[in-house]
Design a binder for this molecule. Sequence first.
Ligand SMILES: NC(=O)c1ccc[n+]([C@@H]2O[C@H](COP(=O)([O-])OP(=O)(O)OC[C@H]3O[C@@H](n4cnc5c(N)ncnc54)[C@H](OP(=O)(O)O)[C@@H]3O)[C@@H](O)[C@H]2O)c1
Length: 335
Amino acid sequence: MELRSIGAGSLTVGAVGLGCMPMSWAYAPSRRRGQESLAAVHAALDLGSNLLDTADVYGPFTNELLLGRVLRERRPDAFVSAKVGLRAGDQHVVADGRPGYVRRACDASLRRLRTDVIDLYQLHRVDPDVPVEETWGAMAELVGAGKVRALGFCALGAGAGPGAGRGGDRAYGTTLRHLERAQQVFPVSAVQAELSVWSPQAAWQLLPWCADRGVGFLAAMPLGSGFLTGTLTPGEGFESQDVRARHPRFTADAMASNQVLVAALRRVARRHGPGVTAAQVALAWVLAQGPQVVPVPGADRAPWAAENARAAEVLLSAADLAEMAALPAAVGAWD
Ligand SMILES: NC(=O)c1ccc[n+]([C@@H]2O[C@H](COP(=O)([O-])OP(=O)(O)OC[C@H]3O[C@@H](n4cnc5c(N)ncnc54)[C@H](OP(=O)(O)O)[C@@H]3O)[C@@H](O)[C@H]2O)c1
């Protein structure tokens, strides 16, 4: 697989990573697979899709435990991308950026992941009660202690609803100010934020900041939480604990309106050959946004992890990209 550099060239990973969140968190609990999830991680690693994106809050904790079962055998094959700063409460998550908590959380993640170093340790959310310099400083000390190799920063969504608009956003202004402050303390190696065909805002505001500084970019939710794969049926509904059950983009009406995006992905896919899928074109579009962009599609079954890894072989033409740029904005506010 093509390799991409993040963190001003100091870290090298496969161009397509693996998002491990759906194995333990956020989506349909009845469809989480255990053994099949392990097979998905192995399939990704076998194809060079080595960046495994996880977080202590996924589960909570069970996602790291699951990855630990793979890492104890295949640590050299993997690039561990973990997160700190969100704690799972009862039915909700809260930010915790206190330095003492960060130190304890890192030690606990290392134990669960069965490794002695995390390749990329990301601040999942900024704690509004703790100056970002304090949290980031505690994370930087972990690099000094050899527990972590590099630091990353997760951004909240830009908001795709009315007012977000092309070329501008609301939430990323706050993120950029936090990033500037963090940079004064210790280098940011990667930024992680939602980026996909139906949520392109990060490409206009966050990506230029990363490109100017040699900072990598991990594209979260690159498949639009599954929608852009064309495998979800409008009106079919979601389990009550699935975040999409309460999401305005996943109402039957919004999903029906947004089929125009899936149709375009399928159209482009057909031009690239019989085996190419809408999911792969959605990932190829993310890859085309910049050489430092690494999509981390979530998948908890091996065939999909393999299909996604092979998206790195799909090279979109200028005509493909122009066709996709002309698509209407997605219907339904995202956050
Ligand atoms: N930093 C943050 O705050 C943040 C927030 C959200 C996500 N993330 C990261 O981003 C990663 C990706 O986001 P995501 O998992 O929410 O959304 P996503 O990658 O846009 O979509 C994942 C969904 O697509 C389905 N899928 C994957 N490959 C497929 C294929 N080839 N064909 C058909 N369906 C396919 C998966 O189904 P199955 O589950 O059934 O395999 C899963 O439900 C997460 O795993 C996490 O690591 C980070």
